[in-house]
Design a protein around this ligand. Structure first.
Ligand code: F6P
Length: 323
């Protein structure tokens, strides 16, 4: 806000992202309305998964709202969905600047998105806590974290939390290999194991395995997990194959809330300042991005071309990935 004021900008907050433009729902952002929010989780703007390109006449409505309200430029803050729409808007001639915000850290062109560090911190803390029960009750505990398409949270929180197995969408999970690994671990004297699995992980289905998963009750006839997400399948299969008592814990939206870490606050502030400067310079169709420790401007089209996957190097570092 301070940087916007320095540039002499008048700022307007769009309620629930693109929805706010479509429905003309917005409010003035001032030093007063934005003071004291840095340490709070969530967003005073609200959020929605509305994509103007999926709404009939959406693009025209957005263009009209921009004109009617005298909006010089739109700063779009969000993940792959929000910024893909921003990329198309910019190609349609709107003055757009992007800011990468998602816990998934899956946007190309930036080393990190803000929100990721907070989610990883919460997930790591949860894994630390799960160790207590796993150790004292001599159990295998499967912790399912977010990540529909990529496994950044599972990778970072799994490594930081000392997980014995990490499963990510980038590598289909071989549950036979996982069960064998856990069996070997326990045979060598360990009495517990922690498995971290990203929600979007696909289970590698060997011959007959999908049938087995159905007959053993892990999947229903339509091939969907019978009890919740992939974590329940992984837990079910580990228990069935090893005989070790296994539990599953799904973190869900807990990892998407609460107090942001200092790292995320600093990154978000740097992105915000850079975005204001980009508007002032007339640098549109780009996204504020982190490269090393420098904030740069990256083409929105590059940022949203494809998802940023976890590189293989991580799998070698941790040696607890199974595919
Ligand atoms: O913000 C991205 C994400 O956190 C994904 O990792 C997760 O799958 C999804 O959101 C959950 O979305 P919703 O809150 O709409 O269920």
């Amino acid at each position: 806000m301070r940087r916007a004021n320095e540039h002499g900008f008048e700022m307007m907050g769009l309620k629930d992202g693109w929805k706010g433009l479509l429905e003309d729902n917005h409010f003035r952002l001032t030093r007063e309305t934005t003071s004291g929010i840095l340490h709070r989780g969530g967003t005073i703007l609200g959020t929605s998964r509305v994509n103007p390109f999926k709404v009939e006449g959406g693009l025209e409505k957005v263009k009209r709202a921009v004109e009617r309200n005298g909006i010089h430029a739109v700063i779009a803050i969000g993940g792959e969905g929000t910024l893909s729409a921003a990329t198309r808007m910019s190609q349609e001639g709107l003055r757009i600047v992007g800011v990468p915000k998602t816990i998934d850290n899956d946007l190309n062109g930036t080393d990190f998105t803000f929100g990721f560090d907070t989610a990883v911190t919460i997930a790591t803390d949860a894994i630390d806590r799960l160790h207590s029960t796993a150790e004292s009750h001599k159990r295998v505990i499967v912790c399912e974290v977010m990540g529909r398409h990529v496994g950044w949270i599972a990778t970072y929180a799994g490594i930081a939390g000392g997980a014995d197995v990490i499963l990510v969408p980038e590598v289909p999970a071989d549950l036979v290999a996982v069960a064998e690994h856990i069996q070997r671990r326990h045979a060598s004297g360990r009495s517990f194991s922690i498995v971290v699995v990203a929600e979007g992980t696909r289970v590698k289905v060997a011959e007959n395995q999908s049938e087995q998963l159905i007959t053993s009750g892990a999947l229903d006839e339509a091939g969907r997990p019978r009890l919740g997400g992939v974590g329940s399948i992984v837990a079910h299969e580990i228990e069935r194959r090893t005989g070790f008592e296994t539990r599953v814990s799904v973190l869900g939206h807990i990892q998407r809330g609460g107090v942001p870490t200092a790292h995320d606050r600093v990154l978000a502030t740097r992105f915000g300042v850079h975005a204001c400067d980009m508007v002032a310079r007339g640098e549109f169709g780009k996204m504020a991005a982190l490269r090393g420790n420098e904030i740069i401007s990256e083409d929105l089209a590059v940022a949203t071309k494809e998802l940023k996957r976890v590189p293989e190097e991580f799998f070698k570092v941790a040696q607890v990935f199974f595919g």
